[in-house]
Design a protein around this ligand. Structure first.
Ligand SMILES: [Zn+2]
Length: 340
């Protein structure tokens, strides 16, 4: 099979011929039809993910067709279309047993780090990670469901408990997760202020339903939020950015507000006054990715046309290096997908 291999951390992606992997017990062999490119891939390449060891095949947002079954697999058959969650979990601990497997007590790791990922024609995936993908959803759309749509669905429904009529800020709103977060918040009846840098990302945010867009390099978005909410402050902030925006996000939060942190690529340290938390009954919550049951909900939402997957391009494996460069320079709105 053809596979893009990162032979050393910090090095180039090298297209190679490799043997097709054998699925182990409880795993399926997947013919990869689409694999989305994510900022996390760049972090791995640059050595910022300490547990990622080269050589490695990147790619953790995968959709494809079941090509063979490993020993003991009985829930899938060859030829089925599937998408996948991205975390490798134990399946046995209290968290896994109660549907909170993204905080598994015995967390094993990620597709595309602890196992060879989807920048290849074939990969192996544990059967428990898979969710059926109906014919009406393309593989390229299927590849972005878990991370780009499932992540904000989990954050809004299970963590923020976003309610109709509430006002929510999304930082990093023009990225792959952000654009779908806007759609989901609107679907849930909330009003959205999208925060991101540059006209291209803000236009994309508008196109996906943002009521208001703010470029934080031109305008203080906490101030903009106070004006937008007649001085009250917002009910929710979905943080997809991190240290660069966290303290402003807190200033934008109204009484009873919930700050849900999902992404922190600009750094993770910030400070908060306990007195302000108490005075305003703020909630500061973390939200980690998506569980399998929620991924099935995402599939249903997309199938019903209630959320529209946003992809800015589909490319062959050979283009991955170019795509990584563009992603690194923040030139891409939404998700880009590779078709091995
Ligand atoms: Zn577990």
């Amino acid at each position: 099979m053809r596979a893009l291999v990162l032979e050393e951390i910090g090095g180039p992606l090298v297209l190679k011929d490799m043997p097709i992997p054998e699925p182990g017990p409880g795993e399926v062999l997947l013919r990869v039809k689409a694999c989305a490119v994510d900022q996390f891939d760049l972090k791995i390449r640059s050595g910022k993910v300490s547990h990622a060891k080269a050589p490695i095949i990147l790619g953790h947002e995968i959709a494809g067709e079941v090509a063979a079954l490993g020993p003991g697999v009985s829930t899938w058959s060859v030829g089925q279309r599937v998408t996948s969650t991205l975390y490798l979990t134990c399946g046995r601990c209290r968290k896994c047993q109660t549907g909170r497997e993204t905080i598994c007590e015995n967390f094993i790791g990620y597709l595309g780090i602890q196992t060879p990922g989807g920048y290849a024609e074939y990969t192996t995936i544990p059967e428990v990670n898979l969710v059926e993908l109906p014919e009406s959803i393309s593989f390229s759309h299927g590849s972005i469901l878990a991370n780009a749509i499932g992540t904000p669905l989990h954050a809004f429904t299970k963590r923020m408990h976003l309610q109709p009529g509430e006002r929510v800020i999304i930082t990093g709103a023009g990225g792959g997760v952000g654009l779908h977060a806007i759609q989901l918040a609107r679907m849930m009846g909330a009003l959205v202020m999208a925060v991101d840098i540059g006209p291209a990302k803000l236009l994309a945010a508008q196109a996906n339903g943002a009521d208001l867009t703010v470029d934080p390099t031109k305008q203080n978005f906490a101030q903009a939020a106070r004006e937008w909410t007649h001085g009250e402050g917002v009910e929710g902030v979905l943080e997809l950015t991190g240290a660069a925006t966290l303290s402003t996000s807190l200033k934008a939060l109204g009484k009873g507000g919930r700050l849900v942190i999902v992404g922190f690529h600009t750094g993770s340290e910030f400070s908060v006054q306990a007195s302000e938390m108490v005075a305003n009954e703020w909630e500061i919550l973390g939200s980690r990715n998506v569980n399998k049951r929620e991924l099935a909900e995402v599939v249903a939402l997309v199938q019903a046309g209630r959320v529209k997957p946003v992809i800015s391009g589909v490319y062959p494996l050979e283009e991955a290096e170019t795509i990584h460069g563009q992603l690194n320079r923040q030139e891409i709105s939404g998700r880009v997908v590779l078709e091995p």
